[in-house]
Every structure is written in C-alpha cells, then in structure tokens.
Design a protein around this ligand. Sequence first.
Ligand code: AMP
Length: 273
Amino acid sequence: MKIISTVDELKNYLKGVDGSIGFVPTMGALHDGHLSLIKKAKEQNSFVVVSIFVNPTQFLAGEDLDQYPRKDEADKKICQLAGVDVVFFPTPDEIYSVDEVSLQAPHIRGYVLEGMTRPGHFSGVLTVVNKLLNIVNPTRAYFGKKDAQQLNLITLMVKQLFMDVEIVPVDTVRESDGLALSSRNVYLTKEQRAEALKISSSLYEASKMVSQGILDVSKIKEEMLKILEGLEIGYVEILNRNFEVIKEVEVTQSIVLVEVLIGETRLLDNIWL
Ligand code: AMP
C-alpha cells in the first residue's frame, strides 16, 4: 500500500494505473461503516484509493474541527488490511490555497435539514469532493447512505457538472443494538450512548408503521417524537428521495431523517423506506 500526501504525486502515480479506480473519501477515524465502502470499492474496481482528510471548510466556526478524532496510524493499518492500494493523506494547505474558488450548494436541497442547522456545511462538502474527484479521477466513488443529504447533493453535483464518475451509495452500517456507526460516537459517554439508541428506535418505529400501512407523515413523526423525547432535536423529517416535503410516505421513494444533539455531539441517522 502506498501513502501519498501531495496532489502531484498522487496524479502522477495514478497515471500508471490500468483498469477501474474506486475512490472512498473519508475524514478518517475509520470504522466498519468506512470499511463497507472500501469493501464495495474493492469488489467493483481493480484499484482502490482512500482519502483521509478532515476538511476544514465543512466545519462551522465553533464546531469540532480541532477535536475531530484523528487516528492516522490506526487508519493506515485498517486500509492496509483491507487491501487498499493508495491512501491519500493531504494537508489542508495541499488542498486549499489563499484565494479560493468554491462551490455553493443549491438553496433548496442544501439549506434545509443539516444545511439549515449547519449553514455553509454542504458548500464545504461539495467543494472538497469536487477537488478530490478532480485529483483522483476515479471510475466510481463511494458514499454512505447515512449522510443521505450529502449523497443527494454529490449525486446532483456530478450530474450537473457533467463529471465522468459513477456515485455508488452504500447502506448504513450499525452496531448490533442499532446505533449507526460514526466517528463522532467516541464523544459519547455511556449514558449518552444509551440515549442515542432512541434515534434508531424512532426510525425502526417509522418503518414499522409504514409496513402496517400507516403512511401519514405527521402521524409517523408524532410517534417518532415521543420516542425521541428528552433529546435535543435538530430535525425529524420524512421526505421523498429528492428531499422534497411529502404528506404521505411513498413506499420505496421516501427517507426518514433524524438529527439530534446529545451534549455537544451531533448525530445523524436515517432510514430509506
Ligand atoms: P466521514 O469520514 O464521516 O466523512 O465518512 C466518510 C464516508 O463514510 C461518507 O460517505 C459517509 O457517509 C460514510 N459513512 C459514515 N458512517 C457510515 C456508516 N455507519 N455506514 C456506512 N457508511 C458510513
């Protein structure tokens, strides 16, 4: 496995690669969720690149940029064991210069939900993903459904900018008790972790109601809010796959999304119905 930290070296190295390239962008502190993206990339491509870059432009002032878990050595080992071919480990200065061109998320999809609670976040995400895709020029790039709004915006960006890459969505990996894996879970105390289980319980309840034929969005949200009681809620929404508001769940076309703040920790989860 090769570890590369400059754009020029990575571009040069990839010039010599034959066959398809699968790309998995991450912010590191790798867990089994990231691994399932890497595994899928391995299955579908002859060469796999993972980037580890805590992207400063997607953090708002006062967020956890400085505290964000960094586990560089462990991450390299995980990538090696997973059969990754190249890990790209750039510094912020390598990716950003002083007078920057940046992408702006579209208002309707980028400034609702997480875009509303974290204004500017998705513009930072799109800017860095655009840069990384231009550097790696992969055949396919892998993103988790866990960050559903991010996945939706990236898919839109790739389409609208006529970028030649296939965006592959990957299912959310959970702990056996339902908690969605996230690098930020390490911030949770034992008690907070137990509280966090309300998130997946509320999503399972939504799914159960839909399977019983209850499709009314406000009824489902009401039950979810009961389960989430006691938590500081960022949003609970049921939308169609274009992130538009709906009154009735359209089966196979809807997403239920939850964001809560537990202590200082923001946790996201969703379920695709
Ligand atoms: P991050 O390092 O948090 O920026 O995540 C990098 C990629 O891993 C993103 O595409 C995430 O959506 C994806 N990801 C994060 N957590 C999970 C999970 N529990 N299951 C599947 N994919 C995930």
